[in-house]
Structure formats: C-alpha cells, structure tokens
Design a protein around this ligand. Structure first.
Ligand SMILES: Nc1ncnc2c1ncn2[C@@H]1O[C@H](COP(=O)(O)OP(=O)(O)OP(=O)(O)O)[C@@H](O)[C@H]1O
Ligand SMILES: [Mg+2]
Length: 412
C-alpha cells in the first residue's frame, strides 16, 4: 500500500461530497444518498491512512455520519412525497482531523472502559462436552488464519462467526475456549474482549460507538485477538424503526464497518476474530447477518453431548454415579447444558447436606473441630436425579427449540 494514496483518497472523498451536496440542493435524495455512501467508503479508506488512533476515529466517525445520512435520505425517499424538504446534510468543509483534541480528555476513561472488557479465560476445549463438529470448525478457522500460506497465495479466512441457539447451550463457553486456545498458540498475546452488547449500550450509551472503535483498535494492535459480542440481537433489534436513536444507529454502523474489516483490509498480518452470540437470530437484520461468513447453531444438547456434560459435572468432579448413564441421558432430554449443571449441583448439594447435617453442631464446638471433620459423601442414584429434575424445568420448550432449526432452514 503506497503512502501517498492518502491525499488522493481525501480529494476523491471531497469530490463525492461535492456531488452529494449538489444532488441534495437539487432535491434528488436518491442521487445524494449514493454520493454520500461513496464519500463514506472513501472516508473509511482514508481512515486507514491516519497517523494516530484519534485521527482514525475522527475520520471513521465522519464516514459513519455520511453513511447514516445516506440511510436517512433513502428512508425519506421511500416514505415522503416528492418535493418534501430534505434535512440538512452533515458538515464536510471543516477539517476533520483538526477537531480531534476534544476527546483526548476522556481518552484514559475510554481505554479503562475497554480494558475492563479484556478477559483471560481458564476454559479449555476439554471443559466443553460434545459439540465436536463445532469445536473442529473453530480450530480449523484459527489454524488456517494463523498458519503460513505458500508464498504468493492469499487464503480467505473467516473473520466473523455467529453462534445462535437456546440459552445455556455453551455459546459463551466456546468463545472463551477459543480465546484460550489463541493465547496458547501465540505466546500469551491473544486478548479476549468479552462485550455484552446490551451492557455497553446501557452503560456508555452515547459513547458506545467510541468504545466499539476503541475495542477493535486495541484488538488490532494486539492481534491475534477475539472480540466476543454477546447478546448481539440487542444491537440490531430495532434497526430502521423510529424508536432507534442516533446513538444506536451509530454503534450499529461502527460495528458493521468493523465486521467488514475495512480497517484491516490488505493487512494479512492482522487477525481479529469476531464471535457474536444470540438467542434470537431472527431479530437480526439481513445486512448484519450477511457479514457473518459462518453461522453456527448451538442447539439443545443431543444424547451424546448430554452424556459428556453429565460426566464433566459428576465424574470429573469426583462424584460416583450409581446408575446407568443412559437413564440420566434420557431424564435430561430437553434440558440445556446450564440446566443439567444446575440439576447436578442440586443433586450433590442435597446429598451432602443430608449426610453432613451434624456439621453446624460441630462448628458450635469450635472452628478447630471443623478441620478434622471428614465430609461424608455417597454415590448418586437415579432417584436423586429424578427428584432434582422435578424442581428444575427446561426454559426452552420443544416448540422454541424447533424455531432455531426452522430459522436455519430459512437461511439456506
Ligand atoms: N457443551 C457443554 N459442555 C459443558 N458444559 C456446558 C455445555 N453447555 C453448557 N454448559 C454449562 O452451562 C453453562 C452455561 O453455558 P454458556 O454460558 O456457554 O451458555 P450460552 O449458550 O452462552 O447461554 P446464553 O445464551 O444464555 O448466553 C456453562 O457454564 C456450563 O457449565
Ligand atoms: Mg452466553
């Protein structure tokens, strides 16, 4: 990439803006929208040539403003009668870069917010029962992205993955294991940004698009890294509707341009994997969905997965199960991994409290006695599990579980 491309991009952008404004003046909202879109694209490209992070953001924000305005023009074009007055376009004549000092004041606040999203996860692939194909898919993606291709060969790899499925089926778990795997392969370099979209939206509302830009900026600086966008549907639920605020539109536009990888185009040395997770994929609009090259359904656990989860929760923790595993697998049909975990917790804690009912009396005799107390356990029976399962009902009904399968079918 040659360095003197910058000025050319800038003047091409100015040119598009000029055309956009001419069309706007003439009341041609469709033409104006097209030119504003073109200006936004050029501005994003120009942002790649920025010499500092704040300059990059300033240019990106401007690009987003143009893109939003184009969107608004199109909406008006569809809704209103011809000849209606168009809203004022965003300013373009001021020097974009010059405005940048104003946000420097809260710069450290911003990076604090971003740093608080960085997680180191102890979860490994072995902690995840079943889901073998999904695990393989992800390992393959990681491997391909990190491995060295033959000289001159450019391999397109996945950058954006979406997990969808009922609550408690292991989506967050897989994302965490992914980041952990990356960490091992790259000498502790991988960062895992655990971003609960609804949380960022409510906590930093007006600032949330800045936070997203900062996250991706930091992620790129620390490549390879993983950005995990949890509860992703809350981002796009009301896109295009009247209720959507400017801040929501901004954060969505920011994420879209990051998903497009515009800011890392041509940089094969940078690897930022975005994993989005949602329980309600049908609420995500198509423009966003199409950015995810891989959309993986994480369904309610099948018998093999349930057995693996049951073993992780019991045997791997040293508890002995005194019944046929197949019976437990049958009993937990329709339950998610999270609910199976709850059942086992219930079973073990009931068993322990029954066998160790004398513990409070011993504490009364002094804490020293407690150390000498040997906690009593017994093997777990089918009856124990049946009792616990009675009290814990699956949150996902069979109809709801089927809806995910239907949705997947509709996508093909
Ligand atoms: N395949 C699995 N193997 C082992 N444990 C599992 C599995 N699936 C779920 N669990 C258990 O359930 C818990 C919840 O899983 P997780 O947080 O990944 O669900 P999720 O799909 O992200 O749910 P949500 O959609 O509600 O965010 C995990 O902490 C784990 O204990
Ligand atoms: Mg989750």
């Amino acid at each position: 990439m040659s360095l003197d491309l910058g000025p050319k991009l800038k003047s091409a952008c100015d040119d598009s803006l000029h055309k956009a404004k001419m069309a706007w003046k003439a009341g041609d909202s469709e033409q104006a929208a097209q030119h504003f879109d073109a200006a936004a694209k050029l501005m994003l490209k120009w942002a790649e040539h920025a010499t500092s992070r704040s300059q990059e953001y300033a240019r990106k924000r401007k690009a987003i403003e143009y893109r939003e305005f184009a969107g608004r023009l199109r909406e008006l074009h569809n809704e209103q009668a011809a000849g209606a007055k168009l809203p004022a376009p965003p300013s373009s004549d001021e020097d974009v870069d010059a405005k940048q000092t104003e946000s420097v004041g809260n710069k450290s606040e911003l990076s604090n917010a971003v740093n608080s999203l960085i997680h180191v996860s102890p979860v490994t692939w072995d902690d995840i029962g079943g889901l073998e194909q999904t695990k393989r898919d992800i390992k393959y993606t990681l491997g391909l992205s990190l491995a060295t291709p033959p000289k001159g060969v450019k391999i397109a790899t996945f950058r954006n993955i979406m997990f969808y499925g009922p609550p408690g089926t292991g989506k967050t778990l897989i994302a965490a294991a992914t980041s952990n795997a990356l960490k091992v392969t790259s000498d502790g370099q991988a960062l895992f940004f655990n971003v609960k979209v609804s949380g960022v939206m409510s906590k930093y509302f007006g600032e949330s698009s800045k936070i997203i830009s900062e996250i991706y900026g930091t992620a790129r600086d620390n490549s390879p890294s993983v950005v995990f966008l949890d509860e992703f549907e809350s981002l796009t639920a009301s896109r295009g509707s009247d209720e959507q605020s400017g801040a929501e539109r901004r954060i969505l536009s920011t994420i879209l341009s990051e998903l497009d990888g515009l800011t890392e185009k041509g940089r094969t040395d940078i690897f930022v994997l975005t994993i989005a997770a949602t329980n309600r994929p049908w609420e995500i609009d198509n423009a966003v969905l199409s950015r995810f090259e891989k959309q993986i359904l994480i369904p309610l656990p099948d018998p093999i997965t349930r057995e693996a989860i049951l073993r992780i929760q019991t045997e791997k923790r040293g508890f002995v199960v005194d019944c046929d595993m197949a019976e437990l697998v049958k009993l937990t049909d329709g339950y998610s991994g999270r609910e199976i975990e709850r059942i086992v917790k219930q079973v073990t804690s009931t068993m322990i409290s029954e066998l160790n009912a004398d513990l409070p009396d011993i504490i009364d005799k002094g804490l020293a006695q407690a150390k000498n107390y040997q906690v009593k356990v017994r093997s777990l029976t089918l009856r124990d599990f049946q009792v616990a399962a009675e009290g814990i009902r699956p949150v996902t009904s069979p109809e709801e579980a089927a809806r995910y399968l239907d949705w997947r079918q509709d996508q093909d």
